[in-house]
Ligand binder design. Structure first.
Ligand SMILES: [Zn+2]
Length: 285
């Protein structure tokens, strides 16, 4: 009898074995880990379930590509390599990179595909755009950055920098585009995007002077194949601006202001809630 019981146990195990095998294989990830992002439909359901706070909820991919260029970096410290007010351990390039990383995070949360020109090192994906000479001097040339940006075929490009002036009382944010329509009554889409960013920053920082928009012939706004802006976030020569520029909370707020301004241009909410990330209006395309 014992033997019979064992056989029937073995038989039932053999019967359910295929079921176990099937469920194991179907629980494996369906595709390869580097499969291109789909419309994100699966993730929307996951996100809406798992997200605790609407404020940090990741929105579905919106199909727009943004390039973020942290000015300077590597051996190039940027404005005021010396004589700035950022303190002994920080330079312009550090600030640019820190805010750029926050900006990437914010834009990705809003559903954008984001490329950075660099994240503090010459990584394999950007290597081919860095000339031998730049590689040796560890200086990533503006024209090389432009080539890299253009290779990504973005919808918009943002370079982040800090300003410097010999009068420490001069402070504030300046946005630069390469566009003469800034002086006319019919601003181009390029200028309108910069205006949207400036308006958003004004909402985030109501107590400082309104950001100004100007036109300048700079490679990173002149030679790119898309619309774009170069933002001088503040003056490293101003003690007040410098204190903000090195403050991670300020950096995060600034990044959110820029991201919301871009998003308000591409996907207008039709309300004045530029600063609120909890708008239920999702992009429709
Ligand atoms: Zn700079």
């Amino acid at each position: 009898m014992k033997r019979k019981a064992f056989i029937s146990l073995l038989l039932s195990f053999l019967l359910i074995l295929p079921l176990i095998m099937t469920s194991c294989s179907s629980s494996k990830p369906g595709g390869s880990s580097f499969s291109p992002p789909s419309n994100g439909a699966g993730r929307i359901a996951e996100d809406s379930k798992s997200s605790e706070s609407e404020d940090t909820e990741k929105r579905p991919e919106n199909g727009k590509v943004i390039c973020v260029d942290p000015g300077h970096g590597f051996r190039d410290a940027g404005a005021g390599a010396e004589g700035h007010e950022l303190g002994p351990d920080t330079n312009e390039a550090d600030v640019n990179l820190a805010v750029s990383k926050f900006l990437k995070e914010e834009l990705e949360r809003l559903g954008y595909k984001v490329y950075m020109t660099h994240e503090g090192e010459i990584s394999p994906d950007i290597e081919q755009y860095v000339s031998d000479e730049s590689y040796q001097t560890f200086y990533f040339d503006p024209e090389e950055r432009v080539a890299l940006i253009n290779s990504r075929n973005p919808d918009y490009s943002i370079s982040l920098h800090c300003n410097m002036f010999n009068d420490p009382s001069v402070r504030g944010t300046k946005l630069y585009v390469f566009d003469q329509s800034i002086y006319t009554d019919t601003p181009s889409e390029n200028v309108k995007t910069a205006m949207s960013i400036a308006e958003s920053l004004k909402l985030v920082f109501p107590d400082v002077n309104e950001p100004t928009i100007d036109t300048q012939s700079l490679a990173l706004v002149r030679d790119i194949i898309c619309n774009g802006v170069l933002i001088e976030m503040g003056f490293v020569s101003s003690p007040e601006d410098a204190a903000d520029l090195i403050d991670p909370e300020w950096q995060k707020k600034f990044a959110r202001g820029v991201a919301n301004g871009i998003n308000e241009y591409f996907f207008p909410s039709g309300s004045d809630a530029v600063d609120s990330a909890d708008s239920s209006d999702e992009p429709q395309n």
